[in-house]
Design a protein around this ligand. Structure first.
Ligand code: HEM
Length: 272
């Protein structure tokens, strides 16, 4: 058989293997969507700074996976919270690792978030037409900090308790909405059972749900608008582009009349 020509048997095998993929594509268009995402064009000067968003996303996913495992063993009541954390750390197989990853991962997530935001700011990537994505980012940042606040109370030790007292008091001193915010976070007049329950609910249901939705919107906008070139990109600045002057040259760049425009360089300027 000539080289490069596939045997009938091989074609049949390939067809059989691709059957589920074709089935899915025909009914959802998902395969085409994933292909578009993976092979879309990005500026050729894309560099390591552009990976900070994906690094933030990875840190978030690590938090989700480790958080789900912790939620299987954590008990959100003042009597049992610390004991359940103690059991996770000291008794469960690799519990210390999962808890450690979640605890340290929280800081990694926030640090990467700020680095990503810094790169977006310094590259001017928040400007038209990406303002909406910047605004989505601001809400993401607020929610990520909310995850930090609500998660900190969950071990229910002295540090967690008093740090939360301070945080709630700061919120409660805000003008106008402060007292309502304080009552809402505390769930009453004292920090106790109600506070722990609502922090747990916010930490593992409400805020992560919001984060998932907004990250989806954020990534949709990134794909729709494309990523920006770095500020030092000569191509994006137009320096490597050949300028075509369509206006009547004499009006834009005055030059001696009568040479017919024959002696002009590539940018349309008369040669010296
Ligand atoms: C959970 C948090 C976040 C995740 C997972 C995330 C993820 C991403 C990813 C993967 C990209 C594309 C690659 C890149 O440019 O790095 C991106 C771009 C972008 N992000 Fe975020 N991001 C987050 C938070 C933020 C925040 C806090 C802001 C600003 C306040 C922000 C503003 C933007 C903007 C404006 C772009 C477009 C950049 C461009 O076109 O070059 N993001 N984000």
């Amino acid at each position: 058989m000539p080289r490069g020509v596939k045997s009938k048997r091989r074609r049949q095998l390939e067809q059989a293997l691709l059957l589920p993929v074709d089935w899915l594509e025909e009914r959802s268009g998902l395969v085409g969507g994933v292909k578009y995402f993976l092979f879309r064009k990005v500026p050729h000067e894309t560099n390591w700074f552009h990976t900070l968003g994906s690094a933030t996303l990875t840190a978030f996913l690590v938090q989700v996976v480790t958080g789900v495992i912790l939620a299987m063993y954590y008990k959100p009541t003042p009597d049992e919270a610390w004991d359940s954390i103690d059991r996770i750390t000291n008794d469960l197989t690799l519990g210390w690792l999962v808890r450690g990853m979640h605890r340290w991962g929280a800081s990694v997530f926030i640090i990467l978030l700020f680095l990503h935001m810094g790169r977006v700011f310094l590259f001017g990537a928040y400007k038209y037409p990406r303002e909406l994505n910047w605004l989505v980012g601001v809400i993401l940042l607020t929610m990520a900090l909310g995850e930090g606040l609500t998660g900190y109370l969950l071990p229910w030790d002295q540090t967690a308790y008093w740090a939360t007292v301070v945080a709630i008091n700061i919120n409660a001193n805000a003008p106008i909405v402060g007292p309502f915010l304080g009552d809402f976070l505390r769930g009453g007049t004292e920090i106790g059972t109600e506070t722990l329950a609502r922090f747990y609910s916010l930490h593992m249901l409400v805020i992560p749900g919001g984060l998932f939705g907004l990250i989806g919107l954020h990534l949709y906008l990134v794909i729709r608008l494309g990523v920006t070139s770095p500020p030092w990109s000569k191509e994006a600045a137009g320096a490597e582009r050949e300028e075509v002057i369509t206006a009547k040259r004499g009006l834009v760049e005055p030059r001696p009349r009568g040479d017919g425009g024959a002696a002009a360089d590539a940018r349309g300027r008369p040669e010296a």
